[in-house]
Design a protein around this ligand. Structure first.
Ligand code: BGC
Length: 347
């Protein structure tokens, strides 16, 4: 195994980084150690590969990752993919200390293909439902999941970003999450000292919870994330999977003249938080369900992309080719009216 020591400068701190590449030799480039705002900006515009690897088993929700996806996505100008993954459905032993090798291989295959197409990749822990019910009882399992991921992706280029947990909610409040995640982060840092790690607050990564999020001051390679689905009655109309009854269909956007201004104010608040804490923000999910009228979805999507652009936030649309999707798998065509609004002001 090749091993070398590289001196890297991250956030003004000199780090001695042992780099033990997997397969091909990996070198740390300037991009690996640049300012975290720059690394966050490099995520640019992204798309969630939703309903694939975060289904209980790939294919259960009607869609499997296909080798053609990365080039389709790259060719229209996306810079990254966010890959939601339900690791907790693939744990092997009763102590939940390891992940099924076949599943790990599959995830690595998907990640490798995306990276090979020059897409950056955000890898997360998604739908770990048990932890929202019983945070204390499931902390160890989340640690174990991250030990496996950290081991598996050791030596990967820094175009791969880790996101600790999708949408903490329920009993996992922001306060509890603040207590829990620094230890997981420390554990990841042993093997990934220069990788950007993404972490968001509770209440389903609500931007309103950002002020409660406590990021360890000494770690400057963190990106804060929040999701944006407001007004929920619009974006989630007819969403049959919601536990409470879904908002009725037919809700228009905007429903009042003030609505766009409320959204702009939310984004101002997020930007203010980012400036005050000197942390970049990533809008890891935003999107609207296909039961909303297309014309209004287009207006909403345009507004959100413009706001993200205005504040230089990177983002990932929810999602590629299912219910919120911007790509029609059956007809093998993009929904151009939505795509065009996402790609506004492409460089
Ligand atoms: C959830 C999806 C859901 C989406 C929009 C995601 O975080 O994982 O199941 O469709 O949010 O609600």
């Amino acid at each position: 195994m090749n091993s070398k020591l590289i001196v890297a400068v991250a956030g003004g701190i000199v780090l001695c980084v042992p780099v033990i590449p997997r397969g091909e030799m990996t070198t740390i480039t300037a991009a690996d150690t640049e300012d975290v705002f720059q690394t966050a900006r490099r995520l640019g515009r992204g798309i969630n590969l939703g309903n694939m690897l975060e289904a209980p088993n790939e294919g259960d929700w009607g869609v499997r990752f296909d080798d053609s996806f990365p080039s389709l996505i790259r060719d229209v100008g996306f810079d990254h993919v966010r890959i939601p993954i339900r690791w907790s459905a693939h744990l092997v032993d009763p102590q939940a200390t390891s992940i099924r090798p076949a599943f790990l291989r599959r995830v690595r295959e998907v990640v490798d293909q995306c990276l090979a197409h020059d897409l950056r990749v955000v890898l997360n822990v998604h739908h770990f439902n048990e932890i929202h019910e019983d945070p204390a009882g499931q902390t160890k399992t989340l640690q174990n999941i991250w030990t496996c991921i950290a081991r598996e992706f050791f030596g990967y280029p820094n175009q791969l970003y880790f996101e600790l947990l999708n949408e903490p909610h329920g009993k996992l409040t922001t306060q509890q999450w603040n207590q829990m995640f620094p230890q997981i982060l420390q554990q990841i840092r042993q093997r990934h000292p220069t990788r950007c790690v993404i972490v968001g607050p509770g209440e389903w990564n609500s931007h309103r919870e950002l002020p409660q999020l406590r990021l360890p001051v000494e770690d400057r390679l963190l990106i804060a994330t929040c999701h944006y689905y407001h007004p929920f009655e619009f974006t989630h109309q007819g969403a049959e999977w919601l536990e409470a009854s879904p908002p009725p269909v037919g809700r228009r956007f905007p429903a009042s003249r003030q609505e766009p201004a409320y959204i702009a104010e939310d984004f101002e608040n997020i930007a203010r938080w980012s400036r005050r804490h000197q942390r970049p923000v990533y809008i890891g999910e935003f999107g609207s369900y296909s039961k909303a009228p297309m014309h209004d979805r287009v207006r909403w999507t345009e507004l959100i992309s413009r706001q993200a652009q205005k504040h230089s936030f990177s983002w990932a649309y929810w999602e590629f080719c299912s219910g919120f999707g911007v790509y029609d798998r059956k007809n093998r065509s993009w929904k151009h009216e939505l795509l065009q609004k996402l790609m506004l002001n492409s460089n």
